[in-house]
Design a protein around this ligand. Sequence first.
Ligand SMILES: NC(=O)c1ccc[n+]([C@@H]2O[C@H](COP(=O)([O-])OP(=O)(O)OC[C@H]3O[C@@H](n4cnc5c(N)ncnc54)[C@H](OP(=O)(O)O)[C@@H]3O)[C@@H](O)[C@H]2O)c1
Length: 240
Amino acid sequence: MSQSILIIGAKSDISKEIAKIYASHGYNLILSGRKITELEDFADELKRLKVNVELRELDITQTDTFEDFISDLKTYPTGIIMCVGFNPPNSEVTHDQEKLMEVMNVNYSGPVIFINTIKKSFKSGFIIGISSVAGERGRRKNYIYGSAKSAFSTYLSGLRQELNKKNINVITVHPGFVKTKMTDNIKTIGLLTTTPDRVAMDIFKGQQSYKDIIYTRFYWRYIMIIIKIIPESLFKKLDL
Ligand SMILES: NC(=O)c1ccc[n+]([C@@H]2O[C@H](COP(=O)([O-])OP(=O)(O)OC[C@H]3O[C@@H](n4cnc5c(N)ncnc54)[C@H](OP(=O)(O)O)[C@@H]3O)[C@@H](O)[C@H]2O)c1
């Protein structure tokens, strides 16, 4: 039986690479996001791989639309990939309450409410949440975004325990720096910055081998071990 994957935030640079990989392995796709018709040409390209591609409009902050979105799905997905994200400069967010709410809603409350709604009818398969290494320790430069990602990772950890009995694999992805629209205006460390296609491949391989937690690239696991053991008394003085 052919399997289908629902990607939320499908216009993201990382999502598009994920979509290409799953399509090349024969998975049908439901691509969702805001102004999703912008993906029509991309969907046509994927269809050349002989898979079905459906485009569905979804704003992850419009939580009252989720029930209808889910009940209107023509095919029920075997995998869900939550790839939405919003990471404006922290200096802007701390002075703008509306933007602050949007960061929390896009990175945490919207994804949690969506997954909580769809999981009721989820019988088997996998749920992938794209979190971030930014959620592992708060930094001056992005702690609003980081704290929302941290909360999302905690949610996924609990969900993993809950759904383990049902054989549903819940995967938390912690990307480090990735060259995408999101990081266009952020100073990243060149050597540690990877590309969306490599992240997508790490996610695909991790999912196929039933991983629980994926750091991408792999070296971020070790970087974060070091970052997390720095004593708070020293960490607060660093300009990271
Ligand atoms: N790039 C990095 O260095 C990095 C590092 C760690 C984690 N991540 C995470 O990786 C994921 C993908 O990000 P990316 O780097 O590929 O960046 P991206 O290209 O900017 O993708 C972010 C996506 O989120 C969507 N989005 C934002 N608000 C939304 C809303 N209200 N409803 C629906 N969709 C919404 C955007 O949609 P529009 O196209 O309509 O704006 C966009 O497609 C995110 O979860 C991000 O937090 C990225």
